[in-house]
Design a protein around this ligand. Structure first.
Ligand code: PRP
Length: 213
């Protein structure tokens, strides 16, 4: 039988997921010694039917591979899900990769006062737009690819919408949280057709993962 294929977001979420597989008794040697390989088998010596194949991808691509059904499952942050959307089932909050979306601005600036037009920089324009729409505020959003904290420091924007984990990037750049927008953590997602076609195998794997969280 063909193994269940699971796309993991490279980096932190990959490491936390591999640690979870280890707690489940799976053999993660190949992922740990992957070199530059991107598709790795993760055998389960105790329950061979639960053996899987891991695919390492960028966060947004995890969603693409799962949506198209070339991967059955995916592990991706709620931040990427909130920004990209898509058609898949979000079945489990894995509890790791915890952080939050926040609106942040230079310390002491009063973002919400006054009537002047405001500009906000973000790697997450969709999340930012939805947040300001909920508030009924007309804000110009500028998309930035990384180190978004630079935008207000350089005078490009009044504030940023970004991920805050420890808060040290904000602190060390003279910024502070104005408002928290939404908590984030890693989620397990499933292709909609695979969920039907391989229901018992997928449910068994989800159950085993949930048991070790
Ligand atoms: C993320 C985020 C913040 C930082 C927050 O950036 O965009 O810059 O981490 O973490 P902290 O609250 O613990 O300081 P990342 O490291 O992913 O790099 P990027 O800004 O280049 O995307």
């Amino acid at each position: 039988m063909k193994p269940i294929r699971i796309a993991l977001t490279k980096g932190r979420l990959e490491k936390d997921t591999v640690a979870l597989f280890e707690r489940m008794g799976m053999d993660t040697t190949q992922v740990k010694e992957k070199g530059r390989r991107l598709i790795l088998p993760v055998p389960d010596p105790w329950t061979p039917v639960r053996s899987i194949e891991v695919v390492l991808a960028k966060a947004a691509d995890v969603i693409t591979y799962v949506e198209h059904g070339v991967c059955d499952l995916g592990v991706v942050g709620k931040d990427t899900i909130a920004e990209s959307g898509g058609s898949f089932y979000e079945v489990l909050d894995l509890g790791f990769g915890r952080c939050r979306f926040a609106l942040a601005a230079p310390k002491g600036s009063d973002f919400f006062s006054g009537y002047q037009a405001r500009t906000v920089a973000s790697k997450y324009p969709g999340v930012s737009r939805a947040y300001f729409e909920r508030k009924g505020m007309d804000v110009e959003i500028i998309r930035i690819e990384g180190s978004v904290e630079l935008a207000p420091l350089l005078g490009l924007s009044d504030a940023i919408v970004d991920i805050v984990e420890t808060g040290s990037t904000l602190r060390e750049n003279g910024l502070e949280v104005v408002e928290e927008i939404m908590p984030i953590s890693a989620r397990l997602i499933v292709n909609m057709a695979c969920m039907k076609l391989r229901k018992s195998e997928i449910e068994d794997l989800i159950g085993a993962m949930e048991h070790q969280l």
